[in-house]
Design a protein around this ligand. Sequence first.
Ligand SMILES: Cc1cc2nc3c(=O)[nH]c(=O)nc-3n(C[C@H](O)[C@H](O)[C@H](O)COP(=O)(O)OP(=O)(O)OC[C@H]3O[C@@H](n4cnc5c(N)ncnc54)[C@H](O)[C@@H]3O)c2cc1C
Length: 308
Amino acid sequence: MRGALLGMSRSSTIKNVVTRAPVTRGVVTRFVAGDSTADAVEATRALAADDLRVTIDHLGEDTTDRGQAARVAVAYVELLGALHTAGLSDRAEVSVKLSALGQYLPQGGEDLALENARTICQAAANAGTTVTLDAEDHTTTDSTLGVLAELRRDFPDTGAVLQAYLRRTEEDCAALAVAGSRVRLCKGAYQEHESVAFSDPHAVDLSYVRCLRVLIDGPGYPMVASHDPRLIAIAADLVTRAGRSRDSYEFQMLYGVRPAEQVRLARLGHTVRIYLPYGDDWYGYLVRRLAERPANLAFFARSLVGRR
Ligand SMILES: Cc1cc2nc3c(=O)[nH]c(=O)nc-3n(C[C@H](O)[C@H](O)[C@H](O)COP(=O)(O)OP(=O)(O)OC[C@H]3O[C@@H](n4cnc5c(N)ncnc54)[C@H](O)[C@@H]3O)c2cc1C
């Protein structure tokens, strides 16, 4: 089921059918803040009122058009300006997918994505905040880490994302567990082959814990991105054992997923950051969320039936 859904996330035919179907707005709005910059700023304000931090994702991926890649960069610059004007740039940073900035273009894609990402990093620095580069499928990992290294020369606080399901990730964690390095650790959301990724959920969890240990024992800034109660408890224990101060790590969760747990952790004094997507290109993101949890799929199916 998970594989079939993740396959759907990259099918343009199914995308056309689903996005034109009379899906209730409720399904999308559970996971997506809205279409516009103003929607993203308002949702950030509401989360900040609950003492939550935010990382904002302008939805879109797999761009194969230079003009579209440039428009995505402009959207981020506009968003960062709006956050600064609203006095929220100390609460919110942005998450960026290099594939939305042109990384997949056959010629010069990586250079184009780097230049667009540089524009966004400069706008973030001007606003007094940071950028994190999302992780996508494993074919992009080397390219993304290469772009990260380039960006970090000028913008050392640019964050990376590593996916515990990839067999290579423990080594990547060791390489990135250095002073000043912000690393988000997640399980991984794409369909990957057994040759590069663990497929057994327990093996993914074990890898996650090994990676956590490397990041938490190192001098960098770990960002623990998971809704999994066991992994959250293990991370809380590891940071305590390592004697880390509360401002030297953070928990991260997705907008709309376990909101009560988000607030509970923040009230315990942990820094908690919510990944907040906005924009009208929500299809790939939504399908990955449905693939993570059968109950979400049932919710989606009930909404479709309910509209008929
Ligand atoms: C802040 C953040 C940023 C991320 N960035 C990336 C990225 O850049 N690249 C990438 O590949 N992946 C990313 N992910 C997604 C991640 O890889 C996982 O696919 C996702 O977080 C689900 O894994 P989990 O650790 O929550 O554990 P799971 O084992 O999937 O879930 C544990 C429990 O959490 C709850 N839960 C989990 N997901 C959902 C859901 N969708 N709806 C409702 N309840 C749910 C359920 O109670 C479930 O039993 C990110 C996740 C987060 C939280």
